[in-house]
Unconditional design. Structure first.
Length: 138
């Protein structure tokens, strides 16, 4: 069996903490499975140190809020220097919930699955229909 992948949500301000707390509340995920790191008050080097420390050993995915900016730059730089580390940008709650239930998958398979889940969970419409109390089908 593969070692479970550790998730790290890195974001601006308190977004990461809110997402991680939501996942823990909804899914009951253990505290070590998904960790939050904020860039607040950090320069590039400090943020990269915080991300590296929070990832620990073993395979990991760094989820960032944006595909550019300090969080993504720190994550990408780290992934070039550290084996078994992936970066997924544009994190959302459905993606993180799927992550905590499938972290035993091989890293490449898990990343593909999470990107697909994240994209498919984004829906929209301008006007609510007659069935506003029902979930939107994909």
């Amino acid at each position: 069996m593969n070692e479970p992948v550790r998730g790290l949500v890195v974001s601006h301000a308190s977004l990461a903490e809110g997402l991680v707390q939501s996942v823990r509340q909804i899914a009951g995920a253990d505290a070590g499975a998904l960790v939050a790191v904020s860039n607040e008050g950090c320069g590039p080097e400090a943020l990269q140190r915080n991300v590296l420390q929070a990832l620990g050993d073993g395979p990991g995915i760094v989820f960032t809020d944006l595909p550019s900016g300090s969080c993504a730059f720190a994550a990408r730089k780290l992934s070039l220097e550290r084996e078994d580390t992936a970066v997924v940008c544009g994190v959302n709650l459905p993606m993180l919930l799927d992550f905590v239930f499938h972290r035993e998958l091989p890293l490449p398979e898990l990343v593909d699955r999470l990107v697909s889940k994240g994209k498919s969970s984004i829906t929209g419409q301008c006007r609510e229909g007659a069935h506003a109390d029902r979930a939107v089908s994909g």
